[in-house]
Design a protein around this ligand. Structure first.
Ligand code: SF4
Length: 175
């Protein structure tokens, strides 16, 4: 959804947002039940994932029974807090192996996030994306204000689990 300002090649070469330190596990993608069910069994990708209801140890109030999180906790090999574990569906050469219809919405809009800021929903920029940077560019703001922001708000109405609690340092792009 951000392909006009963030090329697939750039993302494939980076993969920053597809690897997680323990402190970043709150950012792991959430999957709708039907996709999680498909991906935990033998599937066309030849890769199966481990999933748990997002409501088990929900990371914030918006997560619900209607979403599943990818379980990565068992993949760490050291106690080093800087250790990064890749998403199960990240191929080191090709990037994300999931087709658009199976890819979590969260991943499609990265580094944007819809967040609950004191009871008000906002679209904010995750400031750690190496390609986009910490400050919203005019091109990003134009993209969000030109329709993407409303599209995210609409999706969140039927998939409220994509809403994260607001975090300090995430510039608000749209509300
Ligand atoms: S589902 Fe795909 S895009 Fe999302 S974190 Fe995993 S590899 Fe990355």
């Amino acid at each position: 959804m951000l392909s006009s300002i963030l090329s697939k090649n750039t993302c494939a070469a980076c993969k920053f947002c597809c690897s997680f330190r323990r402190q970043s596990l709150w950012e792991t993608p959430l999957f709708p039940p039907e996709i999680a069910e498909k991906l935990q069994k033998t599937n066309e990708y030849g890769v199966t994932g481990e999933f748990a209801p997002a409501s088990d140890g929900a990371r914030d109030a918006h997560e619900s029974q209607n979403a599943y999180r990818l379980v990565l906790e068992n993949n760490y090999r050291t106690d080093d807090p800087e250790e990064e574990v890749p998403c199960t569906f990240l191929d080191p050469e090709r990037g994300c192996i999931l087709k658009p219809e199976d890819k979590p919405f969260d991943c499609s809009i990265w580094p944007l996030r819809i967040m609950d800021k004191g009871g008000k929903l906002v679209i904010a920029l995750t400031p750690t994306c190496p390609a986009i940077g910490a400050t919203p560019s005019k091109a990003l703001v134009d993209l969000v204000q030109g329709g993407l922001g409303e599209k995210i708000f609409e999706y969140a109405k039927t998939h409220p689990y994509i809403v994260k609690e607001y975090r300090e340092g995430f510039p608000v792009v749209y509300f």
